[in-house]
Every structure is written in C-alpha cells, then in structure tokens.
Design a protein around this ligand. Sequence first.
Ligand code: ZN
Length: 167
Amino acid sequence: MKVSMLPDELVWAEGGHASDVALSTMADGQTAILPERVVQHVQACSTCTQHLGHAALLSLHVAKEIAAVAEHDRALATARRPLPRLAIALGLGVALLALVPTLLDPSSALSSLGNAALLARILRSVAAAALSPSSALGLLLTYGTSAALVVSALVVVKLLPKKEVSS
Ligand SMILES: [Zn+2]
C-alpha cells in the first residue's frame, strides 16, 4: 500500500531542523509518511534527536494516560453495573406487592386492569433502559424508572382504599 507523504512545508522548521509535526510523527513510529531526508537529518542532528526524545516521552505519556483513562472507565462500568439491577428488582418487587391486593379482590377488577396496564408500561420502559446499562443515558433511565416504579407503587397503595370506599 502506498502511503502518502507529509508535505515538505510541514516537516521542516526554521533553521533547517525537523518540525514538531515531523518529530511527533517519528515518535509515534510513523516514519513511513515522512520524507527520507527528514528522518536522516533527525538521526544526524543532536538538536533534533533531543527534541525527538521529548516528543517520544510525551507520546509515551499520552498513551499511558489514555490507557489509564480506559482502565478507569472499565472499572467504573463494572462497579456500576450491578446497582441498577438491584434497584430494578426492588422497584418491581414493591410494584408487584402493591398489585397483589387488587388482583386478589374481584370487585376491583376494573382498577386492576388499569394497574396491569400501568405495570406493563413501566416494564416496557425499564426493559428499554436495561438494554443499554453501560451508557450514561441508560443508567439515568434505569434509575429514573426504578424511582418511578417505587413512587407509582406507593401511589397505588395510597389510592386503593379510597377506590374501595367509593365503589
Ligand atoms: Zn536538526
């Protein structure tokens, strides 16, 4: 494969030395895209060799930083993942417990139909959030729907006696 070379005006700096672009390209081991004359100059010139050393150290440092950030993200992702599942399980448990009295009482069949529809809607949004548990939005949705589950379960519990009294 033919690799296109960096143009001369990019690889040469003032005083006939190699430019920062050329030095950082060499530091990254991309000598294939550098004109041969620049590489030969850097190898022969002590000023450029010294700068190349700095560029190489910087390149190494950046690579280390990127690796550290990636490692940090992985650690966060694995540490966070179990939590939403617990919240979902707790939320669903509370919601189901709240539905039990309605489902067992045949006189409030109409309201249990409404509750079942509500539960189905909540389950659907939880499932949608659970599909992307690693993304920040997915995490937010998961916590949000879990909180909504608990709140709606509490609302159902509070509304139940009133409905039975009025009917
Ligand atoms: Zn030089």
